[in-house]
Design a protein around this ligand. Structure first.
Ligand code: SF4
Length: 234
């Protein structure tokens, strides 16, 4: 019998997994995150590496940030990489937008090592390197990650007041909750859309369309934003 490898779980399973992740996140004690922030004592040394794709894959934007960044710079956004689904007609679906990067991989708002939109930068840029989500470590073990790029940038063991630790921890948890809620809305919307139009995700078509994209052929991508899909031809 031929071995069939299922590349990804169904949309319904992904919705359940993401809801479970959200539940676990809400249970995560904020005091624990405060302790870790205090113990690590991270301090930014303005190296700007976190503003490059070499260090940080992409800057994902929540809906309210899409609206804000579009007002500042209408051409600053691109569909986030790693499209989530591809329907049987060859159209991709992705959960949101990311900031565009320049040819060298640095964020389009990075100029001479400084952020041109510092006061209006996205939430993730304000919080980084703090995070609160589950990731696999090098051994494959799934665990909470709280500080990104530990010991790869910045300074450590700085004094951070209890008040500041609490503020960072609360903002970080709020951001991660908003992110998961966004992902759930996206998955539920795709599921309804597929059911309504009698469509489904097809992995082999996904792979073929990705090959087309890599060869420079045009593909259609639906980007989830403010509860709807926005069409892009790439
Ligand atoms: S928006 Fe600013 S802070 Fe965020 S990645 Fe771009 S340059 Fe860096």
């Amino acid at each position: 019998m031929e071995l069939v490898i299922v590349a990804r779980s169904s949309i319904e399973e992904q919705i359940l997994d993401t809801k479970k992740e959200l539940h676990d996140l809400l249970e995560y004690p904020i005091e624990k995150l405060c302790e870790i922030i205090k113990e690590v004592g991270f301090e930014c040394d303005l190296c700007a590496r976190c503003c490059t794709s070499e260090f940080n894959d992409h800057v994902f934007l929540l809906d309210k940030e899409v609206t804000r960044i579009r007002k500042l710079s209408p051409d600053a956004l691109k569909p986030a990489p790693y499209f989530d689904f591809c329907d049987n007609n060859g159209t991709f679906y992705v959960s949101g937008y990311a900031l565009k990067t320049k040819e060298d991989g640095s964020c389009m708002f990075l100029e001479n090592g400084r952020c041109k939109i510092y006061e209006d930068r996205p939430t993730i840029c304000r919080l980084y390197p703090y995070m609160l989500h589950r990731e696999r470590d090098d051994s494959g073990k799934l665990d909470w990650r709280q500080i990104s790029g530990l010991n790869e940038h910045g300074c450590y063991h700085s004094e951070i007041s209890d008040e500041e630790c609490s503020k960072i921890a609360t903002l970080t948890k709020d951001y991660e909750v908003s992110y998961l809620e966004h992902q759930i809305r996206f998955l539920e919307t795709v599921s309804r859309h597929f059911k309504k139009h009698n469509m489904k995700h097809v992995q082999s078509i996904y792979d073929r369309m990705m090959r087309n994209l890599n060869k420079g052929k045009e593909v259609r991508v639906m980007v989830f934003c403010n509860g709807k899909f926005e069409e892009h031809l790439l």
